[in-house]
Design a protein around this ligand. Structure first.
Ligand code: OGA
Ligand code: MN
Length: 209
């Protein structure tokens, strides 16, 4: 697989449309995808995922009318997470070389939506914060059917009200988009929905805060 060509396509998609969706299986490999899927299933079953908040900082708001997913941050603690972070590092460097985004680091969490869970339309970052610049969501579900709900709705650059694309959260599929610009939301899921969300950020590590 030609990673450089792939990065060219991703960079073109991001600059032309602000978002794009692609199958990342050939890049990550199905074994790594299965390991990541196994990790999130175990985390979910052992109740290790916590209700997600809205906004960052010391007091994230937990509002079940806005989002109902549960999350766990990846610490790079397992071989699968380390292998994923290596690929994300290639993506970070590749996007910087092509789009001059000055991406400095990546943060990632697993997310589970149980039946009935959703996330209303939102953007991942507010303009001018220089925090989350590029969003990356990887899906970890086998045999997802349209009737299972849980589709990602993307509201692209051209249209503010109708959604431009509806993406099923199928194993290995990735959605990449500009965090400040592309509004999106997750429709109500009718079965458990596993994903991994990452953000490429322009700021340094906020350690000791
Ligand atoms: C998010 C998000 C989309 C998805 O976590 O901010 O928008 O499809 N996730 O899981
Ligand atoms: Mn989001």
């Amino acid at each position: 697989m030609d990673v450089a060509r792939w990065l060219d396509d991703l960079a073109d998609g991001l600059s032309e449309h602000g978002w794009m969706s692609f199958d990342m299986t050939p890049w990550l490999g199905s074994q790594l995808l299965q390991s990541l899927q196994q990790e999130i299933i175990v985390l979910d079953q052992s109740d290790a995922l916590k209700a997600a908040g809205i906004g960052r900082g010391s007091a994230p708001v937990r509002d079940r009318s806005v989002r109902r997913d549960k999350i766990a941050w990846l610490q790079g603690a397992t071989p699968a997470q380390l292998a994923l972070f290596e690929c994300l590092e290639d993506l970070r460097v590749g996007l910087n070389q092509r789009l001059f985004l000055g991406l400095k680091r990546v943060e990632a969490h697993y997310a589970t939506y149980h039946s009935g869970d959703f996330y209303t339309a939102h953007v991942d970052s507010f303009q001018g914060r220089a925090s989350r610049i590029v969003s990356f969501v990887l899906y970890l579900n086998d045999d997802w059917q349209p009737g299972d709900g849980g589709a990602l709705q993307i509201y692209g650059r051209t249209n503010n009200n109708a959604s431009d694309a509806v993406i099923l959260p199928e194993m290995g599929r990735v959605v990449l988009f500009m965090s400040e610009e592309i509004r999106h939301g997750v429709l109500e899921a009718h079965r458990t929905r596993y994903s991994l969300a990452c953000w490429f950020r322009q700021d340094e590590i906020p350690f000791l805060l």
